[in-house]
Design a protein around this ligand. Structure first.
Ligand code: ASP
Length: 440
């Protein structure tokens, strides 16, 4: 039977006003049968996120500091929501259970998960849906890795029994029943695994923005919304996606061929962004789907004569990065040259020391480091097999008087990556956006 899984983020469940919006959204399409919720987020700028308060509670207990007031903040927030909704849920009783577990020395994951737990109970009661706990359904092995197939089966078996259900996001349990959370923002993953298990038509991820924008609105005025993006493009634009959708939420929906629709609880009539595997019937004139970047990379470039014929040169570079626990963003290379692009924060204050290690272990003819580099990815299916796109991009950069530090094209042909000085970052994004937003 067809169904839609809806996941509502922290701002969508922040108070009664938001929850009323959710009710309206659910009522609009009877396929919206399975609802996944986060814990209440901020209602105003200086407000607290319930999950943050719960983590703080645990940290205080660990430091032998009083934490009662913190738990009271949590209780008051849920009591207010329950009262405003006229809920039958006994928040006080649930909070007493949590207090008891705290006294017994519960785990950090247990306490962190209680925001989603209580929210799901309240939302289920308010919508007249059943509450289905994620404990015992979303399963983790002893190393904390989700057991993908076991989870799928457990969710499928259980949710079959419920026509309409609310499931708390963010957590599941180890096989022995103890609670285990995903990383922060992990309710998105819950929504995706539930969508896979019930074979949903769509996984709707409701948040407080109308999907992805072509560029960062703090840099470009009023950027165009992205109506459609493929999983692959989104991956290439990972700098941009991270704040809207948890990276690990893509895989379960993707493997089941379920589109993800990012929607805005505060503007439910907006179509949002649809994420699918295929380009479908997207306007063929759209060349660039999105532009995203990040500052503060360090580029270490090496030259060594006949590098290409030296075996294991790249392997040894990677070995050094591993020794320093550095990730690398990309490794553009030429016949006798190679650069490694490393997030500056991974290097910390160790650049000089690392340079010495590279010299010692690789003996390059020359080596130099370029700090404060920004990487910008320009991504779009329409770029592949279309001549002249790179020329337009580089001309736009040149006309803006920006010096290009490096150029890389992903092997997928849907991505052109450039490196510019941090100081030119915003200017470069605006130049690329202005060049390509006209037809996009
Ligand atoms: N409440 C959790 C967090 O703040 C999970 C989520 O909202 O997705 O990270």
């Amino acid at each position: 039977m067809s169904s839609i899984v809806t996941k509502f983020g922290g701002s969508s469940v922040a108070d009664r006003i938001q929850l009323e919006k959710i009710k309206g959204i659910i009522a609009k399409d009877e396929r919206r049968k399975y609802v996944v919720v986060s814990a209440p987020g901020k209602r105003f700028q200086n407000d607290n996120k319930i999950t943050d308060v719960l983590y703080l509670t645990y940290a205080s207990k660990e430091q032998n500091l009083p934490y009662d007031q913190l738990l009271q903040v949590v209780e008051d927030r849920f009591l207010a929501i329950a009262a405003n909704l006229g809920s039958k849920v006994d928040v006080k009783k649930e909070m007493d259970v949590i207090r008891g577990e705290m006294e017994k020395g519960c785990s950090k994951d247990y306490i962190a998960s209680r925001g989603e737990f209580l929210t799901a109970m309240l939302v289920a009661d308010y919508l007249g849906f059943e509450f289905v706990d994620a404990e015992g359904l979303i399963l983790f092995d002893e190393k904390g890795k989700m057991l993908v197939e076991e989870t799928n089966k457990a969710l499928d078996d259980e949710l079959k029994k419920h026509d309409k259900a609310v499931i708390p996001g963010f957590y599941g349990s180890y096989l022995d029943g103890t609670i285990k959370t995903f990383s922060r923002g992990g309710s998105d993953i819950t929504g995706s695994v539930v969508a896979r298990a019930v074979k949903a038509d769509v996984y709707e991820n409701w948040t407080d923005v109308s999907g992805f924008l072509m560029a960062d609105p703090r840099i470009v005025d009023n950027p165009k919304p992205i109506n459609h993006i493929t999983y692959m493009e989104l991956r290439e634009l990972s700098y941009m996606g991270a704040s809207v959708l948890h990276e690990d939420a893509i895989y379960p929906a993707r493997m089941a061929g379920i589109p993800i629709n990012i929607r805005n609880t505060n503007a439910p009539e907006d179509p949002g962004t649809m994420i699918t595997a295929e380009v479908g019937d997207r306007d063929p004139e759209t060349i660039v789907t999105g532009i995203a970047g990040k500052k503060d990379f360090t580029v270490i470039s090496m030259y060594k004569a006949n590098m290409s014929s030296k075996r294991s040169f790249i392997r040894r570079i990677l070995g050094i990065l591993e020794d320093y626990s550095c990730s690398f963003e990309r490794i553009p290379s030429g016949i006798d040259t190679v650069s490694v692009i490393i997030p500056g924060q991974d290097i910390g204050g160790r650049l000089e020391e690392m340079m010495d290690t590279f010299k010692e272990r690789l003996n390059p003819d020359s080596i130099e480091a370029d700090e404060h580099v920004s990487m910008i990815a320009t991504v779009g299916w329409g770029m592949s097999k279309r001549p002249g796109v790179a020329a337009r991009l580089f001309t736009a950069i040149a006309n803006a008087d920006i010096n290009l530090r490096l150029i890389e094209q992903g092997s997928s042909e849907v991505n052109i990556i450039i490196g510019v000085a941090n100081n030119d970052y915003e200017k470069a994004i605006r130049a690329i956006y202005n060049e390509f937003s006209v037809e996009a």
